[in-house]
Design a protein. Structure first.
Length: 254
């Protein structure tokens, strides 16, 4: 990446909060031609901090992000947020367009169903909640979707096990047990979780990656149906890469 001035490193802003974002920040940290800032939304009480400079909190929408890009002379913007952080990604696209700052989306590949999987793809958490009664009103549901959007499941008759990094806020399902835990998770641990809690249905979002994928294998082995919420598409026109190596190649090309 060229800087425009030899004595001024190019400033790269990473919209982070994911393992890929932390990995990219670490890989760029020792490059003297770059200044790297990672931005965290602040939704997790004790986030895993990346290498380099870190800022926490929102920007105030697309306009606020555009002002930050201009004020901090950002040369390139990498959206490495969670695949379901659609609002942040939309703001990033709008801010990049307003400032002419090159934007890249770093997205780990989604999961793919294999032989023996009993997947029920849906487009939203609301659609997942609507589907659950048809799979059994008296079933025990492992809700592995994080703590956002839980209002969709409020009032349903099923018993829920909810796994989240931080305690969720209301509204919650009527019958819910909250398990506070952070991945990566092992296949053995996921098998035991399904057995111990007598889980009949798994609900998850297609976050992709290996850290939380063992639950899918455990569900397949147990013959448990899985309701999978499809991930939203990235904003139109934004280039997408699947790994940090490709992101570094893109940055060098800027």
């Amino acid at each position: 990446m060229t800087t425009g001035r030899r004595d001024r490193p190019a400033h790269v802003l990473i919209l982070g909060g994911t393992a890929q974002a932390r990995q990219l920040a670490e890989e760029l940290a020792d490059d003297p031609s770059l200044t790297v800032t990672s931005s965290l939304a602040g939704r997790v009480a004790e986030p895993l901090l990346p290498a380099g400079q870190v800022r926490t909190g929102g920007f105030g929408g697309a306009d606020g992000l555009a002002d930050w890009l201009r004020g901090h002379r950002v040369a390139a913007l990498v959206d490495a947020t969670h695949p379901f952080a659609a609002a942040i990604s939309a703001n990033a696209a709008a801010a990049a367009a307003a400032t002419a700052v090159p934007l890249l989306a770093l997205r780990r590949p989604g999961w793919t169903a294999g032989p023996g999987d009993r997947w029920h793809p849906v487009d939203s958490l609301e659609a997942a909640a609507e589907l659950l009664p048809s799979l059994g009103a008296d079933r025990r549901v492992f809700l592995s979707t994080g703590r956002g959007g839980l209002a969709a499941f409020a009032g349903l008759p099923q018993q829920f096990l909810l796994r989240s990094v931080d305690p969720p806020g209301p509204p919650l399902p009527t019958a819910v047990e909250v398990l506070l835990d952070r991945g990566p998770f092992t296949l053995g641990g996921e098998r035991e979780l399904l057995r111990e809690h007598r889980i009949d249905i798994l609900v998850t979002r297609d976050s992709g990656g290996a850290a939380t994928a063992p639950k899918l294998t455990a569900a397949r082995e147990a013959g448990i149906p899985v309701v999978v919420v499809r991930r939203p598409a990235p904003p139109p026109g934004v280039p997408v890469v699947a790994d940090t190596a490709a992101a570094r190649v893109w940055l060098r090309g800027r």
